[in-house]
Structure formats: structure tokens, C-alpha cells
Unconditional design. Structure first.
Length: 132
């Protein structure tokens, strides 16, 4: 037992791979465009870099009747958020690879059902975990 404790205290925690984080950033910011909905906008209509991926009130809606369960707000996607605490990293990974919530349901509109490869989903999660 003492040997285990010594090794635990001596060995550093594994650092996230910078290339994986960069891949995740690319996927989040340029492919999935997550920030467009999950980041509030400034008074000038620009994405607020001080509240990056912290959740927002949507500034769009359907012209006619909204589909059932239409959400007007988006959750905070940073690693310390209520969503991460509630779902956990494995459920977040499942969601990104299957498009299904932990209850096995698709997200409410307007959230699209993304189905990333496992490698890309892991990169997205590493990027989100890197956000403060």
C-alpha cells in the first residue's frame, strides 16, 4: 500500500495531448460551429470570448410554430459545467458518437445530432476540458 502511495505522489498526472486539443478546437470551432449557439454574443453581436462555450440564449427561432421541445437556451459546455457533472465524460463521449443523450434520446431542437468518430469525439472532449 505504501509503495502505491509513493508512486501516486511521484508520478505526474498525464497531460492532455496538445495535438488532440488542437484537433478538437478545429472540430468545435470550424466544423460543428458549437460556439455559434453555446457562446453569448456581445452588444456588437460578436461571440463573447470571455464567456466562450458557457451557454447562451439563442438569438433565432423558427418563423412558424416551433417544433416540440424547442430550446431557447444552450448549456455551458466547459468541463466544470452542470452538464458535465450530470452526464460525466463517458456520457458526453457517447453523445458525441451516437447523437443520443444518456437517456437514449436525441437532443431537443435546434441541436443537431452529431455522430463523430470516437477519435474526433475524444478530441472535442479534450478541447472542451481545456477551456476555463
Amino acid at each position: 500500500m505504501r509503495c502505491f502511495l509513493v508512486l501516486f505522489l511521484v508520478l505526474p498526472l498525464a497531460a492532455a495531448d496538445p495535438k488532440l486539443i488542437e484537433r478538437g478546437k478545429y472540430l468545435v470551432e470550424n466544423v460543428a460551429m458549437c460556439a455559434d449557439c453555446h457562446t453569448p454574443k456581445t452588444e456588437k453581436g460578436e461571440l463573447d470570448r470571455n464567456k466562450w462555450m458557457k451557454g447562451a440564449v439563442l438569438d433565432f427561432q423558427p418563423l412558424g410554430a416551433a417544433p416540440p421541445n424547442w430550446k431557447k437556451t444552450t448549456p455551458d459546455l466547459t468541463a466544470g459545467s452542470r452538464l458535465w457533472v450530470k452526464w460525466g465524460e463517458l456520457s458526453m463521449l457517447k453523445y458525441l458518437t451516437t447523437g443520443l443523450t444518456p437517456k437514449g434520446e436525441p437532443s431537443a431542437p435546434p441541436m443537431p445530432a452529431y455522430k463523430f468518430s470516437r477519435t474526433d469525439a475524444e478530441a472535442v472532449l479534450e478541447y472542451l476540458k481545456s477551456l476555463k
